[in-house]
Design a protein around this ligand. Sequence first.
Ligand SMILES: NC(=O)c1ccc[n+]([C@@H]2O[C@H](COP(=O)([O-])OP(=O)(O)OC[C@H]3O[C@@H](n4cnc5c(N)ncnc54)[C@H](O)[C@@H]3O)[C@@H](O)[C@H]2O)c1
Length: 397
Amino acid sequence: MKIAMLGSGFIARFYADSLHAQRRKDHIHLVYSPTEANAERFAADYGLAHFTSDMRTAIDHPDTEVVLIALPNHRHLEAVLACAAAKKPVLCTKPLGRNAQEAKEMLAAVERAGVFGGYLEDLCYTPKFLKALKSVQEGSLGRILWTKSREAHPGPHSDWFWDKEKSGGGAIIDLGCHCVEIGRNFIGKDIKPIEVMCWADTQVHPIDAEDHAIGLVRYANGAIGQFEVSWTFRGGMDLRDEVMGTEGTVWLNSFLRTGFEMFTTGKAGGYVAEKAESDAGWLFPVGDEAHELGYPHMFTDMFDSLENGSEPLETFYDGYVVNAILDAALLSAKSKKWEPVLLDIWRGKEGDVQTSGFIEYDENHYLIKREILPNGDHKLILKHKSTGKVSQTVTQR
Ligand SMILES: NC(=O)c1ccc[n+]([C@@H]2O[C@H](COP(=O)([O-])OP(=O)(O)OC[C@H]3O[C@@H](n4cnc5c(N)ncnc54)[C@H](O)[C@@H]3O)[C@@H](O)[C@H]2O)c1
């Protein structure tokens, strides 16, 4: 398919590198940037036929079959509305909106126009994430009780991120969108997020928004999705996820520890990996950054879905739910209370879907714990179903 790229900055280049790599068949034919010189440079770097400083020209171009939005957050809504008006399929980077209201307008616009709306949440497409998710969905971890997703780095690379009006917030909107959607996938996208408790502060940078936050999202089945986001972290980009279930555990480290460690005195210098803070000493480069960050799998899913008329794994609806959760997080950081997640549109399970995880031992008892002690004895701890009495038996080795 022929793609119009809106934006010529950091993420537009990651997307272009991924789309034009390794003989892929979907290519960018045109780039828009408000600064013509930037559009021209991008077009030259990627061998594109056209560049423009007018967004509508890019979207309406007769050869444009799909539009890819890689613009700052405050321009997503305007760009999506223009794509819907032109009836062109649209893929939008994260976060979908600066808040749930904007995301809802974008969702409504694409659905009304009957056009494809793909949400480019790359971290839900990393090879490690996809494999972990499959294990979770097959039941390897049992009932999911808690997930933790962390994204932390020393802060973003352009002025507009640090301007609350343009970005919609600080680390919560910028990084929390990834972490929340990772947790939602593991817990189950059909399980309703109910409420959020969040601490946030501006600890380091002279900005109006928060540069550090930790939050808990409580879901209707009792599961908790924890997120940790920071623009104050030193030492590179820390991307880690944990999943805890009744039958198992997953730990993922997607960036700082990919199995590639290198020492250099700094003789050559230069780029090491996204947000790396040093190019000397012990370094943690990343073999294929685009791949580790999920871009190729993400575009494969998006373009396959477009071709087949199916839904991608991440849609505008998902982007809207994420924005609603983040709105509640921002409110909670102010009120210091649990704040409800307000979802005018909810397409998953309704009502209380709590399930008991008690393990039957026999007719009268639940099993609390079995353990082999250091001396080899076997211990069994049970709870009587009607009296509630907890008892233990020890079988000597
Ligand atoms: N992992 C990810 O998915 C990921 C990573 C980084 C950024 N992003 C998202 O991509 C979008 C763009 O971020 P970026 O890092 O490429 O930013 P950037 O500042 O590097 O580039 C933004 C580009 O948008 C264009 N632009 C149009 N209107 C503009 C305006 N008013 N001010 C500034 N630039 C304008 C310019 O071409 C500019 O190069 C954001 O929504 C951001 O959240 C996603």
